[in-house]
Design a protein around this ligand. Structure first.
Ligand SMILES: [Zn+2]
Length: 157
């Protein structure tokens, strides 16, 4: 709350539209080491950011991308996974163990992965084949290196 009061004190209404200026939606892992706006040189209002564990393209991400494209004018999708992702160190057993512990099976898949490049390709494929999206041609996938801060583009093939 204290930090927000300082933020609001210096805040001026930018008067901008809700439509992202760069017409891009970024889907990224929620990892705390990835400062998406700084890493990509993004400013307030530039893009939609959709984050979850792994940066995986789930049904809910498709839901947000669909609204992003159909209601708010974005035309391209950027996917960002990263080195050292926690989703590489857990397996689908996580779901089974969870069920054993709490007595209820989660409706969602864990979406863990072993190969980060392959998971980026899988995510790109889910975007490209979604029937709900208007724009599926401009989809690019990257791996962010948490040690160097550099992005590496993943070949879609
Ligand atoms: Zn991650």
């Amino acid at each position: 709350m204290e930090a927000n009061r300082r933020y609001a004190a210096a805040f001026a209404d930018p008067g901008m539209d809700a439509r992202p200026v760069l017409q891009v939606a970024v889907v990224a892992c929620m990892d705390a080491r990835l400062d998406l706006h700084k890493a990509l040189g993004l400013q307030l209002g530039d893009c939609h950011t959709i984050r979850n564990a792994g940066g995986v393209v789930t049904d809910d991400v498709i839901r947000s991308l669909t609204i992003s494209q159909r209601a708010l004018g974005t035309r391209s999708v950027v996917l960002i996974h990263h080195t050292g992702c926690g989703m590489e160190s857990i397996t689908e057993d996580f779901r089974h163990d969870l069920e054993m512990e709490v007595g209820q099976r989660p409706a969602w898949a864990v979406e863990s992965f072993r190969d980060v490049d392959q998971d980026v390709r899988q995510s790109m494929q889910r975007v490209r084949t979604s029937p709900f999206l208007l724009h599926t041609n401009d989809v690019r996938g990257f791996v962010f290196d948490v040690r160097t801060g550099l992005l590496r583009e993943v070949d879609p093939a």
